[in-house]
Write a protein that binds this ligand. Structure first.
Ligand code: ATP
Ligand code: MG
Ligand code: MG
Length: 357
């Protein structure tokens, strides 16, 4: 809609780049191809957080790259990320770096069980994590993850009341906005369902906004990012940030005045931002592993279907559906109808409980 011409670059053979034929890289150190890419474009951004930070830095010496690759580098390392959160006044679960088997024992002695051992880098959708229920699980955790070359982090397991995410956007001029907070539910570490605006957030909205703004200003961030939060005893704890548009913000495509995608493009191009207000309320179902029948979503009033054109594979996000309504009651009815038709009652149940309050 903005009349922007795009050139997509990727190192994967089956790059999921919509209708645009990607410029193929042999890998992210294919600097000859990146040189050609840099010469053809005015601005570079990324929607994948595992672009090696060194490649992004290399590009930034030749062409404008937003967000700054320094933000990408921080978000790629859970240890650096949580350390930054604390510097910015955002509390986190207790955590400790783990590089050796002895480190794990020491960290478990301090943090206690239950805890989660995570790879510092390259984890997504709950991959690269081991849940330690009791101290005696340490051997199994080490057997699963100890060989990881990038180091590990042990985090206290937080029995949170709810999970929220902040979707935020900041322009080159420092204009900063967030969308209404989103409430998220995960199954086996994978996002399953989102509800926006998150019901009954009260003062959490402005607290989350202030924290996200501090973080964005500290990083000189330009573009959209998501901040994943746990709510425990009414307080916010930082889980991780995604330096990109985020799955929990997909509802903004139909459910907000301006979507996360459009505002990201506006921000990186130096254009004014659009309103981040919600249009009524929305729920987003993630389709994991394979797509269900589309008909119940297509038949719903204000139901929207998204098929990513990916091969089915267990645990893989292959699409999502968003359903919108003017008020919580109408939304609950639409969610319930879709869930029953698709036999997804379990997936929908948390949203229905939250809306019924
Ligand atoms: P993403 O796909 O969001 O990038 P990820 O693989 O980076 O996921 P996390 O966000 O760290 O992983 O964890 C996935 C989910 O596991 C969280 O959203 C939360 O539900 C649960 N989880 C992670 N860390 C903790 C923790 N310390 N305490 C309780 N639950 C946790
Ligand atoms: Mg993550
Ligand atoms: Mg996460």
């Amino acid at each position: 809609p903005l009349g922007v011409n795009t050139l997509v670059v990727d190192s994967a053979a089956d790059a999921c780049a919509g209708q645009v034929a990607p410029l193929r890289l042999a890998d992210w150190t294919d600097y000859a191809a990146l040189e050609k890419f840099a010469a053809e474009v005015d601005v570079v951004t990324f929607d994948f957080e595992n672009v090696p930070a060194e490649s992004a830095h290399w590009l930034a010496e030749r062409v404008a790259v937003f967000p700054d690759p320094r933000a990408l580098a921080v978000a790629q390392d859970r240890l650096a990320e949580k350390t930054l959160f604390r510097e910015c006044g955002l509390q986190t679960p207790a955590f400790q770096a783990v590089d050796t088997r002895e480190d794990l024992d020491r960290a478990l002695a301090t943090i206690g069980a239950p805890a989660i051992l995570k790879t510092r880098r390259l984890g997504y959708d709950g991959k690269g994590q081991f849940r330690i229920k009791q101290r005696s699980d340490a051997d199994a955790a080490w057997a699963a993850l100890g060989a990881n070359a990038h180091g590990l982090i042990l985090e206290a397991f937080v029995p949170f009341e709810r999970e929220l995410s902040v979707l935020a956007v900041r322009t080159r001029d420092g204009d900063f906005r967030i969308w209404p907070l989103t409430q998220n539910w995960h199954t086996d570490g994978v996002l399953s369902l989102s509800l926006a605006p998150a019901p009954e957030v009260g003062a959490l909205q402005s607290r989350a906004e202030a924290l996200a703004r501090t973080l964005a200003e500290h990083l000189g961030y330009v573009g959209v990012f998501a901040l994943e939060l746990f709510v425990k005893d009414g307080a916010l704890l930082g889980n991780e940030m995604a330096p990109r548009v985020h799955n929990s913000g997909h509802w903004t495509i139909e459910g907000a005045v301006t979507s996360q995608f459009e505002n990201h493009v506006r921000a990186v191009l130096g254009l004014p931002l659009g309103s981040t207000a919600a249009r009524g309320c929305s729920a987003m179902f993630n389709w994991i592993g394979e797509l269900p029948d589309a008909a119940p979503v297509l038949n719903a009033v204000d139901g929207h279907w998204h098929d990513y054109g990916k091969q089915s594979r267990p645990g893989r996000k292959v699409g999502h559906a968003t359903v919108c309504a003017n008020d919580a009651k109408a939304l609950a009815t639409r969610i319930d109808t879709i869930a029953k038709a698709l036999q997804r009652d379990e997936q929908a149940a948390p949203a229905l409980r939250a809306l019924a309050k």
